[in-house]
Design a protein around this ligand. Structure first.
Ligand SMILES: Nc1ncnc2c1ncn2[C@@H]1O[C@H](COP(=O)(O)OP(=O)(O)OP(=O)(O)O)[C@@H](O)[C@H]1O
Ligand SMILES: [Mg+2]
Length: 252
């Protein structure tokens, strides 16, 4: 990778819920413009790890930094992040554009004209500018997730964190959105950390894949995909990688 500036650094992070050991000495980093996928079995702690990275949960051991700022720095830290969850989490009484503008309202009373303009640009990037005044019940599932994406990028964060953002969508919509997110990434030079449990999705979108084990969870392997974009879903390289990943899981 040409530009090796580290945006996110996870350093020796362990985490437990009471007696349940979830994460054990997890370390990896994400570099500028990289797309990194976290791939692991259900219940291994992927969401827990993302909550620690997003500052929604507090680290018990180890350090997380984004652009050199530690996750213990509260607001100073959170402003560097954009978050997309498994479900869109839109406010049903607000229009599309007003949902996109929510991050601006967290630190100030009134959204500025310039911020409104940024909101429209974000909607345009996800192809929804003509739905700005619609409510979420007037949108399809895929469209709602696009709004969530626009809301996550509106503040121009250093890194976009996505927790299984396409789970629950049909295969066609899912693949379409994978392509859209990749093209958005190209256009806006984003850095992304994307959680998935789907090896094919990871192989299609990631520069590198962090493969996690079962609990207590360690990093099993970090796989570089080494295939230029745009990719073919069923290339020999993709099939070989999938086999390699499935073998890793079956060893658990
Ligand atoms: N708030 C909590 N209190 C206690 N245990 C929890 C809590 N949240 C998660 N856990 C436990 O921690 C483990 C990891 O959960 P987590 O949600 O991080 O897994 P995951 O890898 O995201 O799973 P999935 O792929 O199903 O989304 C699970 O065993 C879960 O039961
Ligand atoms: Mg999860």
């Amino acid at each position: 990778m040409e530009n090796s500036e580290v945006i996110l650094k996870i350093d020796d992070v362990s985490f437990e819920y009471g007696k349940l050991k979830v994460l054990e000495q997890i370390s990896f980093d994400v570099k500028k413009n990289e797309t990194v996928c976290i791939l692991g079995p259900s219940g291994c702690g992927k969401t827990t790890l993302l909550r620690l990275i997003s500052g929604l949960a507090t680290t018990q051991h180890g350090n997380v930094t984004v652009s050199g700022v530690s996750s213990s720095q509260g607001h100073d830290y959170k402003q560097h992040l954009g978050l997309v969850f498994q479900e869109p989490r839109l406010l049903p009484w607000r229009t599309t554009i007003d949902n996109v503008l929510i991050p601006f309202e967290l630190n100030q009373d009134k959204v500025t004209e310039e911020q409104k303009e940024k909101g429209m640009q974000a909607l345009k990037l996800v192809g929804l500018e003509s739905f700005a005044e619609n409510y979420s019940h007037e949108l399809s599932g895929g469209m709602r997730q696009r709004v969530a994406l626009a809301r996550a990028i509106v503040t121009d964060p250093d890194i976009l964190l996505l927790d299984e953002p396409l789970t629950g969508l049909d295969v066609h919509t899912k693949e379409e959105l994978q392509d859209e997110i990749l093209s958005l990434k190209e256009k806006t030079k984003r850095t992304m950390l994307w959680v998935t449990h789907d090896p094919q999705e990871a192989i299609y979108i990631a520069d590198r894949i962090i493969v996690l084990s079962n609990r207590p969870t360690v990093v099993r392997e970090i796989i570089s995909v080494n295939e230029p974009y745009p990719r073919t879903r069923m290339s020999q390289n993709a099939l070989d990688l999938e086999k390699r990943i499935r073998n890793l899981f079956s060893e658990d």
